[in-house]
Design a protein around this ligand. Sequence first.
Ligand SMILES: Cc1cc2nc3c(=O)[nH]c(=O)nc-3n(C[C@H](O)[C@H](O)[C@H](O)COP(=O)(O)OP(=O)(O)OC[C@H]3O[C@@H](n4cnc5c(N)ncnc54)[C@H](O)[C@@H]3O)c2cc1C
Length: 557
Amino acid sequence: MSRPVIMIVGDEPGARAGLLAALTRRFGADYHVVSHGSAGAALEHLGRIKSDGVEVALIIASQPIPEMDGRELLARAHEIDRGAKRALLVRWGDRGSSETILQGCAFGQLDNYLIKPWAPPEVHLYPLVSEFLAEWTRAYGPPTEMVQIIGELPSRRSHELQDLLQRSGIRHGAYDARSEQGRVLLEQARQSGQLGPADAAALPVVMLLDGRALSAPSNTELSDALGASDLAQRSCDLLVIGAGPAGLAAAVYAASEGLRTVVVEREAVGGQAGTSSLIRNYLGFPRGISGAELAQRAYQQAWLFGAKYAFAREVRGLRADGGERVITLSDGREIAAGAVVIASGAQYRRIDAPRLERFVGMGVYYAAIAEDTRPIRGHDVYVVGGGNSAGQAVVHLAKNARRVTLLVRGASLGERMSDYLIQQIEHLRNVEVRLRTQVTGGDGAHALEHITLYDEARHTTEVVPAEMLFVLVGAQPHAAWLGDAVVRDQHGFILTGRDLPPQASGADPRPFETSLSGVFAIGDVRSGSVKRVASAVGEGTVAMHFVQQYLAERTAR
Ligand SMILES: Cc1cc2nc3c(=O)[nH]c(=O)nc-3n(C[C@H](O)[C@H](O)[C@H](O)COP(=O)(O)OP(=O)(O)OC[C@H]3O[C@@H](n4cnc5c(N)ncnc54)[C@H](O)[C@@H]3O)c2cc1C
């Protein structure tokens, strides 16, 4: 089989030859590195090798190339080969390139960038090219399966198990039980004596690397079989509820300070951030980082410092027992802690249009509006929502978008939006407000291209071109399980520190502390928090100072 291709496209012969030599030297054994001096030759070659069945792992295009700019070339290359990773090679110090990169990424025209000059390659080139190749290999390379799922595909439960494994960073494969391969695997499972004949129909079956087979496991059974949880802990200094960015940050800092720390997570690490394909605004990652990767790193960091985890278990209750805070898990276990940090996050309400789900992050954006709106310059965008967050998003996006259309289900903006925002929106010339309008669907080849709108007043349906849809229809905190254990705001978010009503707190409440002393709340579940990865991490870090203070005072008492 021929080696996958790395293709370089650039107009400067010297620079191109240098890059070709450097990449061949390092990657030549596994990849066929080729170069082209023109966009036309590159696209023609790409089409040819694609029809010969040769895989292309990476295309690196200079910005600019004679006939078209590198960004356009990469967009055209994507139409020929949807799998190849695409890097724009920009000149160091070129002021316009940041905008080109951001726009290119936002519109799915490129994946990331490299900078020239790149010498020495060991520092500035090879690690970055390796990252592209690792991403490509993860998606298209030979699979190494630590877990195999055999079920009726597609099925909801098989999908749920795959999602859990994916977010836990566990490589796996899924096979239809009716396929040849699926039947062979099921037979292997039966022969191993792990599945009796009575279990034959209980799909999906999950096979682990060590030969164990589980029949229709629950999330808890699968998680325990993978050895993810340490369930011996019945008491600890700090119990953290939720392993999203806030909880993981709290765990890293608490464990590194020597606190016996237990983290309970009802699903997988990462929380909402774990579902984000690329977080671009987190400090220190100019090329962005996938939420799952960030979470895996933090998970390992806390584990290395000694934090223990209990996965696939939900915290169902919290009570004070003298000086201890006791939580009850969904499996009935209780864990007593000196202090508790609630980092159970929130869930953004989705709009009821299942077809839009596959475009999340590729034209459909829930809640997270980037500070930098340059990528939308000159484009028409849609915002869904009638509250203040939608109004603020409209004002923010209108700075750079050609046109912003606000889609509101209600009959007037005044129902849920503050007057100052309504006035601002009314003065923006490039904003249109469509009341009593719902998004009912959307589609596109790779990224979002159009959405379907239903006009409730006229009972008409219309399909409109749309590259970007921002959905801000409110968030729901994961806090209902708390009942009356701590004081919450009218939307259910947990009140902390000086936001607490005087009768619910002491004279000088500690920041992040809830109405129950020794219980702290951080991240998205906290009333008034900024709903971002960096702020969740920041709160997790800063809150530890006050947790330590509380624990020290408790010991002194
Ligand atoms: C698709 C998407 C993309 C995003 N992109 C960005 C971005 O690019 N940049 C950015 O800054 N922000 C982004 N955000 C927002 C960001 O992810 C959140 O602000 C951040 O994850 C909040 O962290 P958290 O730890 O407070 O809560 P969460 O991430 O919500 O984590 C809470 C965790 O607690 C667990 N949990 C809940 N209840 C219980 C319970 N009873 N027992 C045990 N565990 C429980 C949940 O399963 C979850 O894992 C994005 C959000 C989404 C949904």
